[in-house]
Design a binder for this molecule. Structure first.
Ligand code: ADP
Ligand code: MG
Length: 476
């Protein structure tokens, strides 16, 4: 990661610098050459003008033109230049300046032009490994009617070369330095950036059930790494909480299983010792053992339901008509409890999207509680009604009610208001926990109202979805 960032930074900068430096180098090179050419042209044009105005052959009567004094010519050139005056045929008639500069090749290459224009023609020459620049100008007579000859100025371009070479070295060295610096900086910056991530990796590989309360250090600021660290810590909190819940659940479940088991074991012992001789002990033991086994069986069923719920993915396409299921459940209950009075007002028209087996379990648990916690002669009322986009189902009883302080707790697993009584009556304490999970699984809501000594009402709401009309009455 760090290496990658560093290499990428270096590579990108390298490309940018290469393009930029090439551009600078080319532009500057071109500009310097054209400046030099211009100055050569100006120089030679001045010489040509001087010649034309001062040494006209018509004035001194000779056929050939004679150049100005050697002194003047040598004044007109620099150390690194060579100036020659030529006849129209290219013969040298005068020269000045650095004689080391070769001109024969330049002269043999130029084509005498008939033009009398006093503008210089410039050119660059590569002779051997050296570079020269030349400026050639025609020298006409004063009346501009006849070509007297040419002025040729040649200069050694070594100055420009040296300058450009130095520039090249500076650019190359500068670029290498910048790329190296950027690479190192990229490495350091990314090392700084990935440090918290490395910390996290170390922590994650260390985490086990025993140290879920460890936390990652959250770096200051609000960048991605800080957010990742904070999210990670929140995840740890959630995992820790659900881990605790899980542990508590296992402890509670074990406790619930142990109690009937202990009873069963105790009575089995009694049975073994005295059962054969004492018919009273025999009857009692069989009775208790079968009751407690029944309890264990119920507990196992409820636990399995809850465990299955956690893995249940919400299935779509399962519809149920609440009224029909409710009638079934009441029928079963009425036969078991003829002493209770069931009152129903079922006005629901639409199906809801809940698997029938889940809905039946919800209604069974609620009605079963109502029956269980209502004494003989009491009433259990069940009501359904359609809202604009929901179905309301209420299960009310005239039983003993639930104390206010217990109301928020009754949906917790294994919670019973009256522990000893609850056990005697055979409840597992899981019924309402199952109801709550099922209702929430299918986007329903669940409320409870209770007045101690007067009765309890559980109210459910399930949403009606778009497909409701297709699934409505005809099903019932
Ligand atoms: N209709 C009701 N009337 C009075 N108390 C109730 C009613 N329904 C539930 N409860 C209380 O809530 C507790 C939890 O209910 P539930 O989860 O079904 O467990 P249980 O197996 O004890 O019925 C019960 O033990 C009981 O104290
Ligand atoms: Mg119950």
């Amino acid at each position: 990661m760090k290496m990658k960032v560093a290499v990428w930074t270096g590579a990108v900068l390298c490309t940018i610098l290469l393009a930029f430096n090439t551009f600078i180098y080319m532009t500057l090179n071109h500009r310097l050459i054209s400046l030099e050419e211009n100055s050569l042209a100006n120089q030679v044009e001045a010489v040509a003008q001087y010649q034309a105005s001062h040494l006209d052959d018509e004035r001194n009567g000779s056929k050939a033109w004679t150049p100005a004094t050697g002194f003047w010519l040598s004044e007109a050139v620099r150390q690194d230049q060579r100036l020659v005056l030529l006849t129209p045929q290219g013969k040298i008639i005068a020269q000045a300046g650095n004689s080391g500069i070769p001109i024969s090749q330049i002269i043999s290459n130029f084509e005498p032009s008939p033009s009398l224009r006093p503008t210089a023609h410039t050119q660059t020459w590569h002779l051997g490994h050296k570079v020269y620049m030349s400026a050639l100008v025609a020298v006409p007579n004063e009346s501009q009617s006849r070509l007297l000859g040419y002025g040729l100025l040649v200069s050694d371009a070594a100055g420009v070369r040296t300058y450009m070479n130095t520039l090249l070295i500076i650019l190359v060295m500068g670029s290498i330095g910048a790329v190296l610096l950027a690479t190192v900086a990229g490495y350091l910056v990314s090392a700084l950036a990935v440090r918290p991530i490395n910390q996290m990796i170390a922590l994650v590989s260390r985490i086990e059930a025993s140290n879920l309360d460890e936390r990652v250090e959250v770096p200051r600021g609000n960048d991605e790494v800080a957010r990742l660290a904070a999210t990670f810590n929140r995840m740890l909190v959630r995992i820790g909480r659900s881990f605790e819940q899980q542990a508590r659940f296992v402890a509670d479940a074990s406790h619930e299983i142990r109690t009937p088991l202990t009873t069963i074991l105790g009575y089995a012992g009694l049975l073994k010792r005295w059962g054969k001789d004492d018919p009273k002990v025999l009857a009692k033991a069989i009775d208790v053992i079968s009751k407690e086994s029944q309890r264990l069986h119920e507990l196992a069923e409820d636990l399995l339901t809850l465990a299955g719920l956690e893995a249940t993915v919400k299935q779509s396409g399962h519809w149920v008509h609440p009224d029909r299921v409710i009638q079934d459940v009441i029928e079963e209950m009425q036969t078991l409890h003829p002493e209770l009075h069931f009152v129903t007002r079922l006005d629901n028209q639409h199906a809801i999207q809940v698997p029938p087996i889940h809905f039946k379990q919800v209604m069974h648990n609620l009605i079963n509680n109502a029956v269980k916690y209502t004494s003989a002669g009491g009433q259990v009322r069940i009501k359904t009604v359609d809202g604009p986009n929901w179905v309301e189902i209420a299960v009310a009883d005239t039983g003993k009610g639930i104390p206010k302080s217990d109301l928020p707790l009754i949906f917790e697993r294994f919670y019973r208001v009256d522990k000893s009584r609850g056990r005697k009556e055979g409840g597992t304490g899981l019924g309402l926990a199952i109801v709550k999970e099922l209702v929430e699984l299918h986007q329903g809501t669940l409320e409870v109202q209770s007045v101690l000594g007067q009765g309890t009402t559980f109210t459910l709401h399930f949403p009606l979805s778009e497909g409701r009309d297709k699934e409505a009455r005809p099903m019932a």
